[in-house]
Write a protein that binds this ligand. Structure first.
Ligand code: MRU
Length: 351
């Protein structure tokens, strides 16, 4: 829980380079918007909340380094840098949410001298980071009751400290349940093609002393059938107004399996993941990843050169398959359209 996934300094954002885990836990200093774009695109920093925090930090650092002495000019640079970073990955709404919050902060302080504006933007990026940690902790507190003593918990991808500024979402629920003295067992799907479950979740949970067992994605059905799984909990990259939630590719399949075995499926996320502007998950843009991520693993080619591939990075689980959404505002059950509006509409400016 204390893993420094993202830190914001005055002249750089410091990230754990997640492409190197679990072999190596190396910090990478990201100093420019171009470096941050690359870091997000190749998943050095990944996980919806972490991407938002890192991008906000990169914007603040970029503006802090600018030689412009004129605030209007700085604001133009801020808008251009935010537009650019917004093209790094399309699905996790936290990225756009954090960029918008930085733009808005800039606009609100347009009258300040340039040196003060720079400080305000750095402070805002750090506030986004701090709030993400708080939301992670709070949603863990809210969701811990969903994990019964002695249960088997399945998770998919990595929705832990590494995916956020700390604590995580799905894994925060697990951390708080364990802190409350519950004993249970976590199964981590390896999560092909990029193996976030094997490389990151197994590493992170093991480091925290949580009882974790790694399985291949195609084993989940059998574990459910043989009674080893009592609930599924994942994170989310974008949740629409009707409760549909996008998460790492394979999540939808796991949710269908859970329904077939009468096992509850939960999604855990901070409110920066909610996109009430989308009526349903059908409108969530799904990122397509390069062929090499399927055809080559660890430098070894597994498929013939030139084979056609299809590699959506995310899928959308319909709200009907989700027993509850776990947020920093509590556990939210269906009907989602109505209950999301009641819990979140005011803070999203829709009331
Ligand atoms: O492609 P990734 O590794 O960025 O995908 C991450 C996920 O799908 C996570 O489950 C999601 O961002 C939730 S993280 C709290």
């Amino acid at each position: 829980m204390t893993i420094p996934t993202v830190e914001i300094k005055d002249d750089a954002v410091r990230l754990i380079d997640q492409t190197l885990l679990p072999a190596e836990c190396r910090i990478r200093e990201v100093k420019t918007k171009e470096e941050m774009w690359e870091a997000i695109r190749v998943l050095r920093v990944r996980g919806a909340p972490a991407i938002g925090v890192a991008a906000a930090g990169a914007l603040a650092v970029e503006i802090n380094r600018s030689s412009s002495v004129d605030s209007a000019r700085l604001l133009e640079e801020l808008e251009a840098a935010a537009d650019y970073l917004a093209t790094s990955r399309p699905t996790a709404v936290n990225l756009f949410w954090a960029l918008e919050r930085m733009r808005e902060t800039g606009r609100r302080h347009r009258e300040l001298p340039a040196s003060e504006l720079k400080k305000v933007l750095l402070a805002e990026a750090r506030a986004i980071l701090a709030e993400d940690r708080e939301m992670g902790r709070a949603l863990g507190e809210a969701g811990a009751e969903l994990i019964p003593e002695g249960s088997g918990v399945l998770t998919h991808c990595n929705a832990g400290s590494l995916a956020t500024a700390g604590f995580g979402s799905a894994l925060s629920v697990i951390y708080v349940a364990r802190e409350r003295g519950k004993s249970f067992r976590v199964f981590a799907d390896e999560t092909r093609p990029l193996l976030q479950g094997a490389r990151l979740t197994a590493w992170e949970l093991g480091r925290e002393g949580v009882d974790v067992t790694l399985i291949c994605d195609n084993m989940a059905a059998w574990l459910m059938k043989t009674g080893k799984i009592d609930l599924v909990i994942t994170g989310a990259d974008r949740v629409a107004a009707n409760g549909d939630g996008a998460n790492k590719i394979g999540t939808y399949g796991v949710a269908l399996l859970a329904r077939a075995h009468n096992i509850p499926f939960y999604m855990a996320w901070p409110s920066s993941t909610l996109d009430l502007s989308l009526a349903s998950g059908d409108q969530i843009p799904i990122e397509e990843r390069p062929a090499e991520e399927i055809t080559i693993i660890g430098g070894t080619r597994l498929a013939p050169e030139g084979v056609k591939t299809c590699s959506p990075a995310f899928d959308v689980t319909p709200g009907e398959l989700i027993a509850a959404h776990v947020t920093e505002r509590g556990i939210i059950r269906p009907p989602y359209a109505e209950n999301f509006r009641r819990v979140f509409a005011a803070e999203q400016g829709l009331e």
